[in-house]
Design a protein around this ligand. Sequence first.
Ligand SMILES: [Zn+2]
Ligand SMILES: [Zn+2]
Length: 135
Amino acid sequence: MTYPINGSCQCGGVRYTLKAAPLAVIACHCKACQKLSTSAFSITAVVNSEDVEFEGEMAEWSRLADSGNTNAARFCPTCGNRIYHYNPAEPGKIKLKPASLDDTSILRPTAHIWLSQKQAWFEVPEGVATHDGQP
Ligand SMILES: [Zn+2]
Ligand SMILES: [Zn+2]
């Protein structure tokens, strides 16, 4: 896989460039991620903030996670596509919502988390790390 890889929201108002491989690719099965992704789980790429460049205006919303950390989210104000999450207390890393990359073949999760809330029909692939909740 060669970098950079470009990405954009559904309407194209927000564009970004991922310049290096993610530190981790994680599938989260928690209820909040099911609601966010309108699917059985969400995929998150943890990346160094300096490895991604954004273009275009984003809106922000945040909530207090069960862990006590603030989970801030940036999204396109026009089409609503979620772009990334971050913890304001840890600005060096962001959690990219990478299904908006032009090439999503890098998105092979190496860990599946919050399996306690997963859909019963989903079978976790072999050879990945698994956690019932937040690791
Ligand atoms: Zn958009
Ligand atoms: Zn989740």
